[in-house]
Design a protein around this ligand. Structure first.
Ligand SMILES: [Fe+2]
Ligand SMILES: [Fe+2]
Length: 197
């Protein structure tokens, strides 16, 4: 009767359950980095992770995982590429981490299509409340959905975050969301068959 129990869970309990079911309780999909890079990456972003509102993203479902882990994955991808290409990697990494800094409550008034276009502006507004962003960081956040949103990436780092976000989204949907939906359907069918027996 897993499926019936699942339906009675709160949003947080559902995330916990799905994490255990699909990801086997492991920390998911962190890109392997050297110990030094891992340390530096953490130094660059550690103050952002301490913000309560940012921590709330752990409870927001995004591509079959949490929005918190999606943002971390995009930030890591941006860090690795911009550092290798000798770009402004510290500021780019911070902006990449903040690129989807919004909760479902922030976008409750919009339908799915509108949310798709408007969430970079909401993320920028939220990020600006906590941090003093320079024009490059603001552009990285506001343009990450280009060409769906109107703001065009104006900097090399913004193009990179936008590409990394798309690649990560594709990976997460394929790796997590599809398996998540299939897992739920398999559980549903399994329960239906057990009821009929
Ligand atoms: Fe986004
Ligand atoms: Fe994203």
């Amino acid at each position: 009767m897993y499926i019936l129990r699942y339906l009675t869970y709160s949003k947080l309990e559902r995330l916990d359950f799905l994490e255990r079911l699909v990801y086997n309780g492991k920390v998911r999909g962190e890109n392997p980095m050297s110990v030094n890079n891992e340390k530096e990456f953490h130094e660059i972003i550690k103050d952002i992770l301490k913000i309560d509102k940012f921590d709330c993203l752990q409870n927001e479902l995004h591509h079959g995982i949490s929005r918190y882990h999606h943002c971390l994955r995009v930030a890591k991808g941006t860090y690795v590429i911009t550092k290798k290409m000798h770009m402004d990697y510290e500021r780019a990494t911070r902006a990449a981490l903040l690129h989807d800094f919004f909760t479902d409550e922030d976008t409750a008034l919009y339908d799915v299509k509108e949310k798709f276009k408007i969430h970079p502006d909401i993320a920028l507004k939220n990020a600006s409340k906590y941090f003093l962003l320079d024009p490059k960081q603001a552009n990285i956040i506001a343009s990450h959905m280009f060409p769906v949103c109107k703001v065009k990436p104006k900097y090399k780092e913004a193009w990179i975050t936008s590409f990394v976000d798309k690649g990560v989204a594709f990976y997460e949907i394929y790796r997590f969301k599809v398996s998540l939906v299939m897992g739920i359907w398999i559980l549903f069918l399994f329960n239906m068959l057990s009821i009929q027996k």
